[in-house]
Design a protein around this ligand. Sequence first.
Ligand code: ZN
Length: 235
Amino acid sequence: MTELLYLDDAYMTSVTAAVEEIVPEGLVLDRTILYPGGGGQDCDTGMLEFDGNTYEIAGMKRISGKVVHLAAPNDIREGDNVTLALDWDRRYAMMKYHTSLHLLAYCAHADFGASITGNQISEEKARIDLGLDELDSEMTERLVRETNELIAKDLRVDTRAVARQEAERLVDPTKTRLDMLPSAIRSVRIVGIGNIDFDACGGTHVRSTREIGAIEATKTINKGKGRKRMEIRLR
Ligand SMILES: [Zn+2]
């Protein structure tokens, strides 16, 4: 079982890990700093070093419950120790986008009672799908302005695992449906931004909102009744 080090520290850029298993697609390691993708956020890429040779990690994939580093080194065996290096610029951009979407979702819910029906985060842009019948330019401008105001407040972003009962107390049930989680899940990872927003999340975030800089809306798309998409870029 791969230990996911980015859950405790999203700022680690390099680590040594042992090869647990070699599968046709790549390597399973005892621990990793690379995000495997999920929750709308793209996977990380990086490099792997062994015995003086460097190999590209083209991406990450979950295969049958295993976290696989997509790489094709021909001289590595199970039990070897390798050094992982993260493509930090790509990941850091996604951390900024990801944290921005938390704030945007908070504002959309607080202002318009919007639920979040989807999101997508890449290195260059992000989008959020809002459960709204309408999203005009005035609403979009308001959401961007308020999100940027929160970013400028330099709010601290904390992630921690809490007991399910505690998570249910922290998270607004009209925003996030924790009751949809299987009952066997007793611990939930919560991301808290300042003391304004708490949500369940397994992704990677910046430590403080000011690191984001600012966002701008690039596009809004009508995806049908009760579904409005908003695309953003870091400014
Ligand atoms: Zn998150």
